[in-house]
Design a protein around this ligand. Structure first.
Ligand code: CTP
Length: 409
């Protein structure tokens, strides 16, 4: 896993309480650490029955705390030292018992004491038997915690340790990571800004079972949405037909055709500050989608007509209303990269265009990496090396933050 800028050097206390989902939290500790965070794990006595402190120590490279009375190098006790340094406290899994303790302000071990002493935001991931979760006592406790500003992720429906199915499973580590990014990022440079991102291909129907599409995977667009969330933006992700997980915190709108995408983009852009148009929108669609499946043997000739240029519509809206302030386009090319991209930047009235030659190895569709060249409206050309799509998204969002500042100055 490569470093995640939003996690870099951030101090997170990871509180582990006594549930079987503790083994999954080892993976979360590992992901956070690899992402660049400094993770201090605090375990309750019950948690150590499921996973040993050594496991977390090995994964985080830091001492694991289990006892309120452990001396620290500083004069204060660990609950104060850790609680003060933390930027975020995550309790995962959070048992019914621990939730009850928090709700009532009990402080009889290190983790519960730390929860009282810290001023950092707290995120909990409940995990328990479905009956315990549904019990009015637990629901009341959760309600109290929510009212106090504690964030609650999950639980989700699924199979539990008992073998039964129900509401009580802890959310998966990757989803928790998404919540952590959302909370750490919310005061970022795009806080209060609405960013619309498009991703993936569009499918233009020929008949009920066939379509004209393209090879776009949507990965670059989804990475852009995540990078915008990491900077505190309110993100609307307009996705073509792809099966990728929605980044936590994004509002996703699924569309099928170019016409549906156009409608969604134009509507969402009325109040947007930024548009990142990463989708590979079909330029042509079958003139007449057949209502019934076309049988073989009858011969098939497709008549294609142009779709509307979505960015052209956005440019027209922007000319009248000044929104979105920043518009970024993408150009997938198969030759004379710079010239074509520069022409598109001007024709589509963009602030920035990210151009890639999709015939190059490691760039373009369905791979994890991309090699792009950024060109802005002032003619600045910045070729980037081969990078992950997540890293490309980071560079683009940093440029968007700069462009917004320039426009607002
Ligand atoms: N785009 C759009 N509406 C379309 C087609 C494309 O808004 N109907 C957007 C894309 O999302 C991308 C940019 O325009 O941000 C450039 O897309 P691209 O397909 O490279 O350019 P085209 O204008 O379609 O030009 P060509 O296919 O001739 O290269």
């Amino acid at each position: 896993m490569e470093p995640i800028p939003i996690l870099k050097a951030r101090r997170i206390v990871l509180g582990v309480t006594g549930g079987i989902a503790a083994y999954k939290v080892a993976d979360l500790a590992s992901k956070l650490t690899q992402g660049g965070a400094q993770v201090d794990v605090v375990m309750t006595a019950a948690a150590t029955r499921f996973v040993t402190p050594l496991t977390f120590q090995a994964l985080t490279g830091r001492p694991v705390w289990t006892d309120l009375w452990t001396p620290t190098s500083e004069t204060a006790l660990p609950h104060v030292v850790l609680g003060e340094a933390a930027e975020l406290v995550v309790i995962a899994p959070a048992t019914a018992d621990f939730i009850a303790k928090m709700a009532h302000g009990l402080a009889d071990d290190l983790l519960s004491t730390l929860c009282l002493s810290t001023r950092a935001p707290i995120l909990i991931a409940p995990a328990m038997d479905a009956g315990m979760w549904a019990h009015p006592a637990t629901q009341e406790n959760i309600g109290r915690l929510r009212a106090r500003g504690v964030e609650v992720a999950g639980p989700v429906y699924g199979r539990m340790a008992s073998g039964l199915e129900g509401w009580g499973r802890m959310v998966e580590p990757l989803e928790l990571l998404g919540h952590i990014r959302r909370i750490l990022g919310r005061k970022g440079p795009l806080a209060g800004k609405r960013v619309v991102v498009t991703a993936g291909p569009t499918y233009e129907p020929i008949d009920p079972v066939r379509f004209v599409g393209n090879r776009s995977s949507g990965k670059q667009g989804f990475a852009l949405a995540q990078a915008a969330l990491d900077r505190g933006a309110e993100v609307v992700l307009i996705a073509g037909p792809v099966t990728l997980e929605t980044p936590i915190g994004a509002r996703r709108i699924d569309v099928g055709t170019a016409a549906e995408m156009a409608e969604a983009v134009w509507r969402e852009c009325e109040e947007a500050d930024v548009l990142l148009m990463a989708a590979a929108v079909a330029d042509y669609r079958p003139a007449h989608a057949q209502p019934l499946k076309i049988k073989k043997g009858t011969g098939l000739t497709l008549e294609l007509v142009s779709t509307a240029d979505i960015l052209a519509g956005v440019a027209a809206h922007r000319a009248r209303h000044g929104k979105p302030q920043v518009v970024v386009g993408f150009a997938a090319e198969t030759g004379d990269l710079l010239e074509s991209a520069q022409a598109k930047l001007q024709a589509k009235g963009l602030d920035l265009i990210a151009a890639n030659d999709v015939t190059e190895p490691g760039a373009g569709f369905a791979v994890e990496t991309n090699r792009i060249t950024l060109i802005d409206a002032r003619g600045r050309v910045e070729p980037l090396p081969l990078m992950s799509k997540a890293a490309v998204a980071e560079v683009i969002l940093d440029r968007v933050v700069e462009l917004l500042k320039e426009k607002e100055a």
